[in-house]
Design a protein around this ligand. Structure first.
Ligand code: DSN
Length: 483
């Protein structure tokens, strides 16, 4: 981030004026915008899926590109006047293809969930619908008889998906029953080894052979380890599955060449989905990479699955992907992983239990039951002390997905501020200081509560003061003065 300061008066005064314009219409929005910057500056942001986008990315999003409809694809739109949207969308896709070495890129998804739904739909279109229409001897669904249409709908509704379970670190959209992905597919889930917390590829292979999924999903939101995508592809090939990798969390580590060889999903997956705003440090949004074979189906994502694309965000994706091509970004990505190691070591040497006993990506997952707390209690106590984390299930979590027994932390955001290993050791100390000094609370009627907590007097102030020393050394957006 220090490579991209908000340099000097020009940008500061532009933002000041922008906030004055906003305040003239709705002052509370202008005030909340100022306050958000103040809050982000003053807290230890450890949410593993968050980051700080560069000034260039932020500025690109605030434009009149927002006012344009552009359903369709580059050069093939359902609306007139898309010549400039074509320019930015084509640039974003070109940068993404080059950055990740993929055959095809689709940069329209608005989020990771949208990217996953679009990818599922495209895989179904490619693997189920197209052959089915060819067999029926028709080109379009509109040419099917009512009876054949019913049969195709039945085929669509009975496809199989195998993904990692939520409590093992998978995402809701990887076949979690309450999620739409759990209902649109006949789904099964794989977990992790109960002893090690790691993916057991032999067990996964056996499950895949028995279940024979159409889609095997690899990827995670809360698994603190790397995956072997070569092995995943072997398993997919053995059962005839399409391998879909959701790299939303670790896209920055792929772009920055920290994950290479078997840990790089692009050479092995048929379809890769991602967000652009996590470790990749771009605007909030999603995108899809795919082999040429899947490209025509993915290209139809909007308007088949997605609403109109967000041209201002696609423009910002082009800027972010251009930033991620630089040597500075590679150093940043390596620092994310190095800092995660330092944070994990710092926590473990202070007797904190970590899922998988460490990390080799950007995520550290604490099991706070060893402190006698639920994830919810720990999250709230940490927040009171200015440490922003989120509660998360741990494998076989007795407290379920709402209260949880875990706290997920990650290093992308503070690494963007310039924190190094020594500072992450101090962060570990501050986290442990809060957890050791927090007790479970009770309900107003005096019953045990999984939500309320009591943080010992003075601890929040002490931790905030120690954090401030670190944060002051690494200011967020130096040069941006909104006072
Ligand atoms: N919300 C994202 C995360 O925090 O990991 C996943 O959707």
């Amino acid at each position: 981030m220090s490579d991209h300061p908000f340099n000097g008066d020009l940008v500061s005064s532009a933002y000041q004026q922008a906030l004055e314009v906003i305040a003239s219409v709705e002052p509370r929005v202008a005030e909340a915008t100022r306050q958000e910057l103040a809050d982000q500056r003053a807290s230890l942001k450890l949410i593993a899926s968050e980051n700080y986008a560069s000034p260039a990315v932020l500025l690109t999003m605030g434009s009149w590109f927002s006012d344009k409809y552009a359903e369709g694809t580059v050069g093939h739109r359902f609306y007139a006047g898309c010549q400039n949207v074509d320019t930015v969308e084509a640039l974003a896709a070109e940068h993404a293809r080059e950055l990740f070495g993929s055959e095809y890129a689709y940069v329209q998804p608005h989020s990771g969930i949208d990217a996953n739904l679009t990818a599922y739909w495209a895989i179904l279109a490619h693997r189920v619908e197209s052959p089915w229409l060819a067999n029926a001897g028709v080109k379009s669904m509109n040419d099917l008889s009512e009876a054949d249409w019913e049969k195709l709908r039945h085929e669509f509704g009975n496809q199989r998906l195998l993904g990692m379970s939520l409590d093992a670190g998978g995402h809701l959209t990887h076949g979690f029953r309450p999620n739409i992905s759990g209902k649109m597919f006949h789904q099964q889930q794989y977990g992790t080894d109960p002893e090690t917390g790691l993916v057991d590829y032999d067990a996964l292979r056996a499950k895949a052979k028995e279940f024979k999924p159409l889609i095997l999903v690899a990827g995670y939101s809360a698994y603190p380890r790397r995956l072997n995508f070569a092995k995943m592809r072997e398993i997919a090939d053995e059962v005839g599955a399409t391998l879909m990798v959701d790299m939303a969390h670790f896209a920055g580590l792929v772009a920055g060449k920290v994950f290479t060889g078997d840990e790089d999903p692009i050479p092995f997956a048929h379809v890769v989905t991602s967000t652009s705003h996590k470790s990749l440090r771009g605007p909030r949004g999603g995108f899809i990479l795919a082999t040429e074979e899947y490209a025509p189906s993915v290209d139809r994502g909007c308007p088949m699955v997605l609403g109109g694309p967000l041209p201002h965000v696609m423009a910002a994706k082009a800027v972010a992907f251009a930033e991620a091509r630089t040597p500075e970004f590679r150093s940043y990505a390596q620092a994310i992983a190095d800092n995660a190691h330092a944070l994990a070591d710092g926590l473990m040497k202070r007797d904190t239990r970590l899922v998988t006993d460490g990390t080799d990506n950007h995520i550290v997952l604490l099991d706070v039951s060893s402190f006698g707390l639920t994830g919810r209690q720990a999250e709230s106590a940490l927040l009171e002390a200015g440490v922003v984390t989120n509660r998360n299930s741990v494998p076989a979590d007795p407290n379920g997905a709402w209260y949880t027994s875990g706290i997920r932390v990650g290093t992308p955001a503070l690494t963007s501020r310039g924190f190094g290993a020594a500072e992450f050791d101090v962060v570990a100390e501050l986290i442990v200081e809060v957890l050791r000094n927090t007790q479970p609370g009770t309900t107003s009627a005096g019953a045990p509560s999984k939500a309320s907590y009591v943080l010992a007097d003075g601890v929040a102030d002490k931790v905030r003061a120690a954090s401030a020393e670190l944060l002051d050394k690494h200011p967020l957006y130096p040069g941006l003065d909104l006072s």
